[in-house]
Design a protein around this ligand. Structure first.
Ligand code: SF4
Length: 89
């Protein structure tokens, strides 16, 4: 089973890096626009490092706890995830 995670609306990211500190396996800061994004290897198009889809990805179950911590702690509440098609946050 996998966890789907997305950042929406990503333009509301205030770049405080809370998600990166709580869950660096899933979140990173984009060097160009300074906003959070999903780590490349989890994205639907992992090889398109610059133009690819930055705001969504699919991660393994064992990362649910850190995704949940980031989701609960994001000050702008833009981190969402679903498990088995059911939205958790
Ligand atoms: S915790 Fe939320 S606002 Fe802060 S960097 Fe991550 S996505 Fe952006």
């Amino acid at each position: 089973m996998t966890i789907k995670v997305w950042i929406e609306p990503r333009e509301n990211c205030i770049a405080d890096m809370v998600c990166v500190s709580l869950c660096p396996d899933v979140f990173q800061m984009n060097e160009i626009d300074g906003k959070a994004e999903i780590v490349n290897k989890w994205r639907p198009d992992p090889d398109k490092k610059e133009q690819g889809t930055r705001s969504e990805g699919t991660v393994p179950d064992e990362l649910q706890d850190c995704v949940d911590a980031a989701s609960q702690s994001c000050p702008t509440q833009i981190i969402h995830y679903s498990k088995d098609g059911q939205q958790m946050h």
